[in-house]
Design a protein around this ligand. Structure first.
Ligand code: AMP
Length: 438
């Protein structure tokens, strides 16, 4: 029997619908942000990635699938999407189109020779986006908003947006010098990986997972403190745009990302999903103002991101497990003809107030009504008999706790809203529009 290659996996029929649903959300959100799809080949001449991704990166040093084709050309299976998109933009002169910035997205397989584990594969899929042609901080914020809206649409809410700035070439060079100067006498106090990175790509020392708490790294100079005025202004404007759209973020002064081409803004979004383990970064991205030029295109500022789609699916699965079964807000139980008419009126009012309400259409006995209520999973059973009607009150049973209260009819709606807030944080399926979560 021939088995699949290590680090690859089959998408079996029972799983393909999950992929289709994810692709559908990506395409819908991309549409509202007005990003258009681009599809590029899965292999390119090796030089594209060596120059584009950077010789000093882990990807190029040890992870690419390189081969010579039968014509003797050096070919590489793409390890990421940005270099290919930039190559295509240059080759097809898309940078000359009237509609700028170019807003493009892609999805497809990438290949990296990494140590496979959950959420890390040798053939994996990325969904990525690139906005080329504008240096406006607004487009940095747009890209971060786009990535975060994808997660919101997938109901992945427990996320952290981390953002930092490396500065443009000038700030980055000055900072690099400062960092190397600082690390030189201290470098033997850091791990082997850091020592290797110090030689090859000193910025990467900052995001070492092993020495994260090491005082040498904690006290190291940070890129954000070495931005020149222009870069500082750019970063402040990105932050102010994120504040304007009320997107929550944290400034992570150690965030540098693994690819060489980033300048200015860099960001990552982590999901708090235990099944992702150490692979909790769903998306990484940033600005890369020099890449187009370095690949022989015209000077073109750009910014983008890439999601790992397998990790998205793991996060979606975890969210589904946490989502309780469908629910309604109120199930009305009326006892007696007079109460019945009043009950209809109350249900109608509550529905107009946005609450999901239902009741018995089969004139079932009390036991039957409660049985139906169980199936509909209400947060409250509302019980109205002739006595209650006479007193203008109603019995409200909070199904989660079993507690029953007599509530004046004229205060019912407010009582329900308050109670929903109190009980809903772990009973809302995310669409009640009444609880704190929604
Ligand atoms: P990068 O292209 O390295 O910036 O990574 C962007 C995103 O792609 C990461 O945040 C992950 O979600 C995903 N990713 C990167 N490498 C892998 C891999 N080997 N397997 C699965 N997902 C990956």
């Amino acid at each position: 029997m021939i088995n699949k290659v290590k680090g690859t996996y089959d998408i079996l029929p029972e799983d393909s619908s999950k992929w289709q649903e994810l692709e559908q959300v990506i395409s819908n959100v991309s549409r509202i942000f007005n990003f258009k799809e681009i599809r590029t080949p899965i292999f390119e001449v090796s030089d594209l990635f060596h120059r584009g991704v950077g010789e000093s990166t882990d990807i190029i040093k040890k992870e690419t699938y390189d081969f010579k084709d039968r014509g003797g050309r050096l070919i590489t299976l793409r390890p990421e999407g940005t270099a290919s998109v930039v190559r295509s933009v240059i080759e097809n002169k898309l940078y000359a189109q009237a509609n700028q910035p170019l807003k493009l997205y892609y999805q497809g397989s990438m290949f990296r020779y990494e140590r496979p584990q959950k959420g890390r594969y040798r053939q994996f899929r990325q969904f990525g986006a690139e906005a080329l042609g504008s240096n406006s901080p607004l487009i940095d914020a747009e890209i971060i908003n786009y990535a975060s809206t994808i997660l919101e649409s997938l109901r992945i809410k427990d996320i952290i947006i981390k953002i930092n700035s490396l500065g443009g070439s000038e700030s980055k060079d000055i900072y690099k010098e400062k960092l190397v100067e600082y690390l030189k006498p201290n470098i033997t106090g850091l791990c082997n990986d850091c020592q290797r990175r110090y030689e090859e790509n000193p910025l990467r020392v900052l995001d070492c997972k092993i020495d994260r708490e090491n005082p040498i790294l904690v006290d190291a100079p940070k890129p954000l403190d070495y931005l020149n005025d222009e870069d500082r202004y750019h970063f402040d404007q990105v932050i102010s745009a994120l504040d304007a759209i009320q997107l929550k973020y944290v400034i992570d002064k150690n965030l540098v990302r693994g690819l060489d081409y980033y300048t200015n803004t860099v960001f990552e979004i982590d999901a708090n999903v235990s099944t992702l383990g150490a692979q909790k970064t769903l998306v990484g991205g940033g600005r890369y103002n020099n890449l187009v030029k370095s690949l022989d295109g015209p000077e073109t500022p750009a910014v983008g991101f890439a999601f790992g789609m397998e990790r998205l699916l793991i996060a979606i699965e975890a969210v589904k497990q946490q989502t309780p079964k469908e629910f309604i807000h109120c199930y009305m139980i009326a006892l007696g003809d007079n109460a019945q008419n009043e009950a209809l009126k109350i249900v109608n009012e509550l529905r107009h107030g946005g609450l999901i309400c239902d009741y018995d259409f089969f004139n079932k006995n009390l036991k039957g009504k409660f049985k139906q209520s169980e199936r509909l999973n209400p947060m409250f059973n509302l019980i109205l008999g002739e006595d209650e009607l006479a007193e203008q009150v109603i019995n409200v049973k909070i199904t989660k706790t079993g507690i029953q209260k007599r509530v004046p009819l004229n205060g019912l709606y407010q009582f329900l809203l308050n109670s929903i807030r109190n009980v809903s944080s772990d009973s809302c399926s995310g669409n009640c529009n009444s609880c704190d979560e929604c």
